[in-house]
Design a protein. Structure first.
Length: 372
């Protein structure tokens, strides 16, 4: 192992890392939009090599789960405990923002939520910031849940019981989050401040100008609205099937990296949009009526933990329209990449993006048949 990229024995040991996907953890073909591919993974591996002793990791047991602006590794402590290491590009996430996420998770756990559990380093730090040639990398460690992901299209556990439990967990997270005040220097962003999926400036030619104009007006309208406590607060913002696991009937919610301040119905809209409307990922037989039935079960569980009135529910369709905006700006620059990342769905990503454009050109909102 004489590769000059690795200048000490600890770095050299990282070469033995297996780069194949860790099959037992992530089976869902949908790729989290927050994990865009990057040109160079070396800075992440350099940061990982410097963190082996911070947590007492076993390099030979370390595998890449997914790459992107966050690199996720499944590994073990020297005592055999399974854990996850997440390495984030400091150019996209400030240290205080990441610390805010970790403090939020600790608060949720203390209030009975089954969510990603951060583990302090041997030095007692929830977050280790590592300097590499490319800049700062933020490294944190989490317990690895034993549950599995569900395939919404084929899994028998994708059913009413799951929706009730998931709604209950979302409501518990929102209720607990309302009792948290993060420090000003360790706070999370508002939904419209998240950099990924925003309006590009300048606008590339391949974006439809009429579509962008309509989207911008809608986006600005929601950004300017009042944000009352209760309907608005900390949300996960990325609750699709890739971000929760099921074990012995229990739901375990993971990956709070996109967590932000937003409308609480955002955490209901993401799952509905992806699996009941978005053409490339729609489940068989998806209709507005079926989406309404799923929403009804989510709400039933949610209301066991937190309040959700009819005025709030009326915003679910609006939150799905905001999802079309994020999806459009995220995927149109490279639809071929997303087509492959989704497992080459029969209805292509480009067809789905054309569908989004037509929604906005026709001035149509997504419809959902509420059963409440």
């Amino acid at each position: 192992m004489s590769d000059p990229l690795f200048q000490n024995p600890r770095q050299a040991r990282i070469v033995v890392l297996r780069l194949e996907t860790f099959r037992g953890l992530f089976q869902e073909p949908f790729v989290d939009p927050n994990h865009l591919l990057v040109d160079d993974s070396l800075p992440y591996y350099n940061a990982l090599s410097q963190c082996i002793d911070h947590w007492g990791l076993v390099p030979e047991k370390t595998e890449l789960v997914r790459d992107g602006v966050n690199h996720i590794f499944a590994t073990e402590f020297v005592n055999g405990a399974p854990v996850i290491i997440r390495i984030s590009d400091g150019n996209l996430r400030e240290r205080g923002e990441v610390l805010g996420e970790l403090l939020w998770l600790e608060h949720l756990i203390s209030h009975g939520c089954t969510v990603t559990t951060p583990i302090p380093s041997r030095g007692g730090e929830l977050l280790e910031s590592i300097e590499v040639d490319a800049g700062t990398m933020h490294v944190c460690c989490f317990e690895r849940f034993g549950g599995r992901q569900l395939d919404p299209a084929t899994d028998a556990q994708w059913n009413e019981e799951l929706f009730l439990k998931l709604g209950r967990e979302i409501g518990r997270i929102h209720r607990a989050s309302d009792e948290l005040q993060l420090p000003a220097d360790q706070d999370r962003l508002s939904w419209h401040e998240i950099r990924l999926g925003q309006f590009p400036d300048p606008l590339p030619d391949y974006f439809h100008p009429e579509v962008v104009e309509a989207m911008r007006g809608y986006y600005d309208d929601w950004r300017s609205r009042s944000t009352p406590a209760g309907p608005y607060g900390l949300v996960h913002r990325d609750l699709h099937a890739g971000n929760f696991l099921v074990e012995n009937g229990d739901v375990q919610i993971i990956d709070f990296d996109l967590g932000c301040y937003g409308w609480r119905t955002m955490d209901l809209a993401v799952l509905l949009f992806i699996y009941y409307y978005y053409p490339s990922l729609r489940v068989p037989g998806a209709t507005p009526e079926l989406a309404g039935h799923v929403l009804a079960k989510l709400v039933e569980g949610y209301r066991e933990e937190f309040t959700l009135d009819r005025d709030q529910l009326a915003t679910v369709a609006d939150m799905m329209m905001l999802n079309t905006i994020n999806n459009y700006f995220l995927m149109l620059p490279d639809p071929e990449h997303w087509q492959a990342a989704m497992g080459n769905p029969r209805i292509t990503v480009m067809e789905s993006l054309t569908w989004i454009e037509q929604l906005w050109l026709d001035n149509r909102k997504l419809q959902i048949e509420l059963e409440l």
